[in-house]
Design a binder for this molecule. Sequence first.
Ligand code: ZN
Length: 236
Amino acid sequence: MQLDRLWEFMQVDMEADKFEAQMRQSPNRQKLIKQRNFIMDQQTSMKKLEADVAAMQDRLEAIGDEARRLENVLSSMIEELEKNPPEALEESARRADAAMRLADTLAHYEQELAKMRKDADARDRQQKEIRVRAAKTKQEYDQLKLVYDQEFKQDTSKLTKMRENIDREAGKIDPELLRRYRSIKEHCAPPMARLVDGQCSGCFMSLPSATLRELKLGEKTVECDNCGRILYDPKD
Ligand SMILES: [Zn+2]
C-alpha cells in the first residue's frame, strides 16, 4: 500500500525533475548562453587589439623620433661636407660611407613605419568588424532575452506548482520510507524499480532467491542487491 503510493509519488517527482532538466536545456536558453559567450569573446579580442594598437603607437612614435634625429644628423653631415670638403681622399670616402650607412638606416626605418601603418589599418578594419558583429549579436541577444524571460517565468510557475503538488503528496507517505527514497535518489534516479521476471528493471540484474522471497513476503521494503533501488512488485 505504502509502496503503491510511493510509486505514484515517484511518477510526479520524476516528471518535475524532467521538466526542470528540460528548462535548463531550453533551446532559447542554450542560444542565449552561446550569444553571451560570443559577445564576451569579442570583448576579449577587442581588448587585445586595443593593447596591440597602444603598443604599436608607442613604437611608431619611438621610431619616428629616432628617424627625425638621424635625419638631422645626416643633414648636418652633408652640410659639413659641403662647407668643409675634406682634402684627404680617405677622409672624404670615410664620411661618404658614414652618410650612406645613415641613409640606409633611415630607409629601413621608413620601411618599418610604412609596414606598421599598414598593420594599423588592418587592425582598424578588424576592430570595426568586431564592433559590428558584437553589436549585431547583442541586439539578437536582447530580443531573445525578452522572449526567454517570458518563457522562464511561465516554466518557473509551472515547476513551482509541480513542486507544491509533490510536497502535498509527500505528506501522505511514511516519513522513514520517504527519507530512504530521497537518499537513494541522490545516487540513483529513478529510485524505485519494478520487479520483472525476477529481475530488477532498474539495472536488469537477476535477483537472488532470498531477495525474491523477502519481496514476496511483503513485510518490509526491499532494495535491489545490485543498484540499491527500492524494488516494487505490484500485486496485480
Ligand atoms: Zn537494480
